[in-house]
Design a binder for this molecule. Structure first.
Ligand code: SF4
Ligand code: SF4
Length: 334
């Protein structure tokens, strides 16, 4: 179903949801940086800046408590965090490269172990995507088969129209329910000409060809050459909408404490450090190789999908200028 919603009515919708106690998460400026965060009112939403970090943290927070423990005499009392307490959420203004990564994450979080912390938030969240009207030199969604108007992962999708307001298309029951429950704010599509969409300049990458090369080149001089600069800061994984590694650590004393789940990154030296002292990825090129292999080979082997949506965040953030798009393009041209 395609509808039209004015900017004013979109703001009214978000304010109405906030008043009802629904958590509305959108890009907003936080300490000078655009981030996806809960809004206090619709005026806080910014639509012209790509958030520094991705939307994945609406489902997979940077750090969260999953259990606590307390020792009472000889007994240890364990208290689980109940995912049922997670609030109903509307995630709005989500860039196509972020929304498209969420179904990619579904595969791993509902695979052999069902991660109820992720899945319960997924069940309770309606995602409103927003088409991009600008792209910078780091954007390469079109190179990996997506686009600035990609609707994958969105329950509702907004496209800014010439003259203001948005074309609004629903792609799921959640999206239709949001429209039907707020019908007075939507009107029939006015057939206005869509605002021009962003046009990332990156050339299309043949992901099958890249994977076929990776299948045969676990050992290759390429890895030493490209990764020698990597300082293992992990920033690339932390800004990525598709990276999903985490660590579980108990923090506290012998009397009480909490078990926490926190983001981790394969670029870190300790990521594969065994208790024995052995580290199978003892050098940074092996760790950077894993990053490329995981995104363009291992995830595809396991789930038939590429673990990169071309958002370009890792390219922008890398302190030493490592450019994953250029590396994959180089492999593509071999
Ligand atoms: S690997 Fe880089 S470009 Fe690809 S989705 Fe992650 S942050 Fe974005
Ligand atoms: S952001 Fe750059 S330097 Fe930091 S781990 Fe990633 S590739 Fe290495």
């Amino acid at each position: 179903m395609q509808k039209y919603i004015s900017q004013q009515n979109l703001n009214t919708l978000l304010d109405k949801l906030i008043t009802k106690g629904i958590r509305v998460v959108a890009p907003r400026i936080s300490a000078g940086i655009p981030l996806y965060e809960p809004l206090k009112c619709s005026d806080e939403m910014v639509t012209d800046q790509l958030p520094r970090r991705s939307a994945k943290e609406a489902f997979f927070p940077v750090c969260e408590e999953i259990m606590s423990y307390e020792k009472e005499g000889q007994q240890v009392k364990l208290t689980d965090v109940d995912p049922a307490r997670f609030p109903e959420t509307v995630l709005v203004g989500v860039r196509p490269c972020d929304a498209a990564a969420i179904p990619v994450l579904d595969a791993v979080f509902s695979w052999d172990y069902k991660d109820e912390f992720f899945l319960e938030r997924r069940r309770k969240t309606t995602i409103i995507g927003l088409a991009c009207t600008t792209a910078d030199d780091a954007c390469f969604c079109t190179a990996v088969g997506l686009s600035p108007a990609e609707t994958r992962g969105s329950d509702l999708f907004l496209t800014l129209l010439d003259g203001g307001g948005y074309a609004c298309e629903s792609y799921s029951e959640k999206g239709e329910a949001l429209i039907n429950g707020n019908g007075e704010l939507f009107s029939e599509s006015n057939n206005a000409v869509p605002f021009h969409l962003a046009a990332p300049q990156a050339e299309k990458i043949d992901l099958k060809k890249v994977k076929a090369w990776l299948d045969e080149h676990f050992e290759d001089p390429l890895w030493d050459g490209i990764a020698v600069r990597c300082v293992g800061c992990g920033a690339c994984a932390f800004v990525c909408p598709a990276c999903h590694c985490f660590d579980i650590v108990d923090e506290g004393t012998e009397k009480n404490g909490k078990r926490r789940k926190s983001w981790d990154a394969c670029g870190f030296w300790k990521f594969t450090h065994h208790a024995s002292g052995h580290n199978p990825r003892d050098l940074q090129p092996k760790r950077y190789r894993n990053r490329i292999m995981h995104k363009f080979k291992y995830y595809d082997d396991k789930f038939g999908q590429t673990l990169c949506t071309g958002c370009g965040r890792c390219v922008r953030i890398c302190p030493v200028g490592i450019d994953i798009a250029a590396i994959v393009d180089e492999i593509n041209k071999k």
